[in-house]
Design a protein around this ligand. Sequence first.
Ligand SMILES: *Cc1c(COP(=O)(O)O)cnc(C)c1O
Length: 397
Amino acid sequence: MKSHLDSLLEPEARASSEDCGSAAPFFRFLDLKAQFEEIRDEVMQAVSRVLESQRFILGAEVEAFENEMAQMSGVRAAVGCASGSDALLLALMALGIGPGDEVIVPAFTFVATAGSVARLGAKPVFVDILPDTLNIDPAQVEQVVTARTRAIIPVHLFGLPAELDALLKIAEAKNVPVVEDAAQAIGARYYGKQVGSLGQFGCFSFYPSKNLGGAGDGGMVTTNSPETGERLRILRDHGATQKYSYELVGINSRLDALQAAILRVKLRHLVDWTEARRRNSNRYRTLFAQAGVGENVTLPAEPHHCYHVYNQFTIRVRERDRLRKHLNSQGIPTEIYYPSPLHLQLAFQYLGYKTGQCPEAEAACREAVSLPIYPELTERHLEAVVATVTDFYQSAN
Ligand SMILES: *Cc1c(COP(=O)(O)O)cnc(C)c1O
């Protein structure tokens, strides 16, 4: 079976020469090969160091990476694990969440945000998003808190921090912990503070398409409580406090030394790559403003107090599916994040949600489309995207 990542990287959108002569240049939605070329020697050295050591599970590389992540995030503990999904699961396990408990999540996010809750037998409670930021609406969170609410999981969707001030205020008043799903938002800041450091837990993913992506799966949980950090370390390693002595029922969710070694290399470049994503975003904004696409295209929100890291550059558009087809025919790849909201997925049908219950999430699923934003994009790419979008609306009218 082809993975999601394969399809992101595939040159499916190659324009044939007959179609458009000298038109748009061919490119990918995400170009990990371009990034690899830049750091090939460093990565090869790191891989070879681990192979020479023959230490593959946890160990010195993982510890060093955990320390570097903790330092970067400004948190007291960082615990590596097997994926971003497991980071969420481990945070909820550390909170002792299980059957009978409710956990508040946005309806517009990747499935793992809610899947982690359901996997523990707890009930995901879906909340609608704000139409401009596409992040969870704090006012609606407040309305669904009950005596059974055991956590709130805001997602910093596409790299933009959720409204943490309002959420933390509600959480504090109701004595409910906040688990930040920062899978798409490593390095993002909220009033100058790193995401993942403001709630009780921060959950990160190193899936290859994330801003800090490994050579496979990986994840990290951060916390400001060293005791909770210890609990997470026990939980990720079968609940063992020492060899064959189990204090808790845990899981096998450790970070590989190979991943940690590669991620340490890439972490050193993250600030530059993030700046490049932000430059591309600014360039899109200028080009779209000059093109005069008017009401047809709404660019992503970037509130002043947020440092957006643009894991995705997601616009809202009229006639989304037709626009996407047009872009594809001109060799310009796009992606839909997300085609349907979680409260209407078959997997969560048992919860009894109906169409219309999260109208903003449902609208975003119809209107949102993500444009290429990866750091190595060139001016030529950005201009081609904007020109082709503009052309679509001009020829339609
Ligand atoms: C990617 C992602 C996850 C899960 O991370 P994996 O490493 O793929 O398990 C969770 N939440 C969000 C919002 C994500 O984008």
